[in-house]
Design a protein around this ligand. Structure first.
Ligand code: SF4
Length: 339
């Protein structure tokens, strides 16, 4: 499954499921948004595999994206999830720092796509040549591959050099998702706040489309790091917990919550008429009053907005959520690697 095909699904509610299956990581990157260490929290594998086991073919997500921490610290769990997901027609993607490079773990056998993080911070932990070798080996055996790159902005010289090198090394066959270091986790102390201020116009929140599982088993409506890191989760953003809920109930909550629909349609300010402490800050402050507000034609409006976002395509998504200058790089290799 090509990176562009995954991003094309990103605006579609419940078309994907994000799962951080551990917060542990063997690397100590200075920009780690989850502040992961080898000693970080990790919960029973059965929570995660059991939840995936509740997914049925008829209401499955198209994609499960496994993250962490470092998901490949739990290779047996990755293999079990990918195998179970494949059994109901769902594809699995793994986002990894590649600490095991250039060796290809057998746990990746049923995984449809492997994306490897590579940037100035990861390169201090895992040599670039080992990462390149890993990506070559995966591609040679038919696994779809991509890179997740981050920099400090569109003019970051390291990022520009890295993108040029990847393009030459892989002859423009391997796509790249290029973002910006966010002021979260270990980068909170030093990374500048993102100056790309949201406009006051209605601005749909695409991030509220896919349920997100935290390492502690909490399932939230979005992957915003502040939502993932703080407890309790605001009521309208909490979908459930792996120990008590199955995929069907999580999916139903995601799809039918009127306030989530409004956030996906026009963003938190449009949904509430309030404007506090930024876009996501406004969202996290919403409560019972906004949740109870009648929202006529919510389903129709949401459908129109999702349709428009899908029409903007994978590069359109990246122009909004990634480094706009490099948005088209998610399309590299798309013609030779269809769905
Ligand atoms: S606006 Fe709300 S739902 Fe969207 S990413 Fe921010 S906190 Fe999450």
């Amino acid at each position: 499954m090509h990176l562009a095909d995954m991003l094309a699904l990103r605006p579609v509610p419940a078309a994907g499921l994000l799962m951080a299956i551990t917060r542990r990581c063997p690397l100590t990157c200075a920009h780690c948004s989850t502040n992961s260490l080898l000693t970080s929290e990790e919960h029973p594998a059965e929570w995660f595999s059991g939840f995936v086991g509740t997914i049925g073919r008829e209401d499955r997500p198209e994609l499960i994206m496994l993250t962490g921490g470092e998901p490949m610290l739990r290779p047996r769990l990755v293999g079990a999830i990918a195998s179970a997901a494949r059994g109901v027609g769902t594809r699995t993607m793994v986002l990894t720092g590649g600490f095991f490079a250039p060796r290809v773990p057998s746990a990746l056998e049923d995984v449809a796509h492997v994306s490897v993080s590579l940037d100035v911070f990861h390169q201090r932990e895992v040599p670039r040549e080992n990462v390149f070798r890993l990506v070559h080996l995966l591609a040679e055996r038919g696994t779809a591959v991509s890179f997740h790159l981050v920099g400090t902005g569109p003019g970051d010289p390291y990022l520009t050099e890295l993108i040029g090198t990847v393009r030459r090394e892989f002859r423009d066959e391997v796509p790249m998702l290029v973002g910006r270091v966010q002021a979260a986790g270990r980068a909170r102390a030093w990374a500048p706040a993102d100056e790309r201020a949201p406009s006051e116009r209605p601005r749909p929140c695409t991030m509220a489309a896919w349920p997100t599982v935290s390492p502690d088993g909490t399932v939230t409506a979005c992957c915003n790091q502040d939502v993932l890191d703080h407890r309790p989760v605001p009521g309208h953003l909490r979908l459930g917990h792996l120990s008590t809920d199955d995929w069907r109930s999580i999916r139903t909550s995601c799809l039918t919550s009127p306030l989530l629909r409004a956030i996906r349609t026009g963003g938190p300010r449009w949904a509430s008429g309030r404007s506090e402490d930024g876009y996501c800050g406004t969202c996290r402050a919403l409560g019972a009053e906004e949740a109870a507000r009648p929202r006529p034609a919510a389903a129709y409006l949401e459908q129109q907005v999702v349709h428009a976002q899908v029409g903007a395509g994978p590069a359109g998504f990246m122009r909004r959520y990634g480094e706009a200058r490099f948005a088209e790089l998610v399309m590299l290799g798309r013609e030779t690697h269809a769905v």
